[in-house]
Design a protein around this ligand. Structure first.
Ligand code: TRP
Length: 477
């Protein structure tokens, strides 16, 4: 790696790129579903606490590792540990994870694309029918938008249009935030929305259990793109003149705000459209929730703006969500690609095509997991029931592996790289950081409770996901 590495031209460049990769379906789809099924307010409370106390130090650790070594995740672990094989393996896990997440992420993105096309062609009313989702995910026609999406994604990754995407993101991501706020204001005017606002904003601590704790931590890791080498890679392009701590804070705040807004939109909508909703019934919510309530929100706008107006609003919104999903995917798939280029000496073309082939292959299995093929639908039994191929990948890579990689990153920074190296890197371009309260907090937390919590959530996720055992039950949670 003798050539100089590209750098973000400004601090804003880094924040926008990292936020663009962090903000995606995790915020807009997964977060509201997790919040509604895990007690609403209590989930939000634990989530915010985890982002501030646990995830933020890990986020800084990842950026610091990247900037210090100027390498990809495997290279970074390797350089800082003097080529230690075990730590290189941790780096490899951090590369495999975004790849596997991309597999099921692709399928959810295809669903969004289908919803976009349907609302564009005047089918908004049928989308609002809960039966439509089942039919969309189980129908082979899904493969047409699937192929289309793969071609677009990998063409972007092959060619140099990524700069264009980043420029578009500067306009479209703020548009998404403004549109979310507009929609929230609209939903607030609906009858019964207040019940949802209360459910979302007022924590009921009697609902706190192992599922809330695991769910909140895993969701926070997924949403911030932690534990998958992404911020290590982004950190390697981070200028030595800028302050990691402040940029990291902005990324975390941007990502968390969008998730918060998505929850504030969907939860009140559930109560407004289904006035009899009993919060206990929500504990079995799944992704289908978003795909039913979003169209309902738009459909109910027809009283104000007419069916055509409502369809336009729905189309614009789905287009923005699709865009957010694609920016996440493009930026995150870059990690395994740059690894192949750096470490295996692949040409860019060869790396992109290898990746395209592998992701598409696995994604086909994930697409067939919703009834089209019984082999993939009833792929493997665990956790007390039969699970699909999609479930297996989603459970393993978005729930079990993330806290494990997080644990490895922080024990690595705290015990192998040590405070001197780590604090030294965080204070480059930021001399006043050394000895500050943030410095003390981060060093203390990474050496003490952060790894403990992460290891604990990892073990508990394994027990819960694969064996349907809740270890926290001993504490009455
Ligand atoms: N952080 C992104 C979001 O919130 C999603 C994401 C995390 C992702 N890891 C990924 C997307 C790996 C593709 C590949 O939506």
């Amino acid at each position: 790696m003798a050539t100089a590495r590209g750098q973000f031209s400004s601090r804003l460049g880094f924040v926008l790129a990292a936020a663009g990769s962090a903000i995606g379906l995790g915020n807009l789809v997964a977060f509201p579903v997790m919040a509604s099924k895990n007690g609403g307010g209590v989930f939000l409370f634990v989530y915010l606490l985890f982002v501030a106390l646990i995830c933020f130090p890990v986020l800084l650790a990842e950026i610091a590792m990247g900037r210090n070594t100027q390498r990809n995740p495997v290279g970074a672990f390797s350089a800082l540990s003097g080529g230690h094989r075990g730590w290189r393996l941790a780096g490899k896990l951090a590369i495999l994870t975004p790849f596997m997440i991309a597999v099921f992420y692709t399928i959810v993105t295809v669903w969004i694309l289908i919803y976009l096309m349907r609302s564009l062609s005047g089918g908004l009313d049928t989308l609002a029918d809960p039966a439509t989702f089942e039919q969309v995910v189980g129908s082979p026609t899904l493969f047409i938008p699937f192929v289309f999406l793969q071609i677009i994604l990998f063409t972007i990754l092959l060619g140099g249009v990524k700069g264009g995407i980043e420029r578009m993101a500067r306009v479209l991501m703020p548009t998404l935030a403004v549109m979310l706020i507009g929609l929230i204001l609209f939903v607030m005017t609906l009858e019964n929305a207040g019940l949802g606002i209360r459910y979302y904003l007022v924590p009921d601590f009697s609902q706190l259990d192992g599922g809330v704790i695991n769910g909140a931590l895993n969701q926070a890791f997924f949403s911030l793109s932690l534990g998958m080498g992404i911020l290590i890679t982004y950190g390697s392009y981070f200028s030595r003149k800028d302050r990691i701590v402040e940029s990291g804070k902005m990324v975390a705040i941007a990502d968390t705000s969008i998730a918060f807004l998505a929850g504030l939109l969907i939860l009140p909508a559930i109560f407004a459209f289904d006035p009899g909703t009993d919060p206990d019934d929500l504990s079995t919510s799944s992704v289908g929730l978003i795909f039913t309530y979003l169209p309902q929100i738009f459909l109910s706008m027809q009283d104000v703006v007419g069916y055509f107006g409502a369809s336009v609003a729905a189309s614009v919104f789905f287009a923005l969500v699709l865009f957010a999903a694609m920016t996440s995917m493009v930026s995150i798939l870059e990690i395994p690609i740059s690894y192949m280029i750096d470490e295996w000496d692949f040409s860019r073309r060869k790396a992109v095509l290898t990746q395209a082939g592998l992701v598409s292959l696995f994604s086909v299995g994930a697409a067939l997991s919703f009834g089209m093929s019984s082999f993939f639908t009833d792929f493997i039994p665990y956790g007390g029931g039969s699970r699909s191929f999609f479930d297996l990948i989603a459970d393993t890579f978005s729930e079990v592996i993330l806290p494990l990689v997080g644990f490895l990153v922080c024990t690595f920074c705290a015990w192998r790289w040590r405070q001197a190296g780590f604090t030294g890197e965080l204070s480059v371009g930021h001399e006043s950081f050394r000895g500050s309260w943030t410095d003390r907090y981060i060093n203390f937390s990474l050496r003490t409770f952060v790894p403990v919590v992460l290891l604990f959530v990892f073990i508990n996720s394994v027990a819960e996901k694969y064996f349907a055992v809740n270890l926290l039950a001993v504490f009455g949670l």
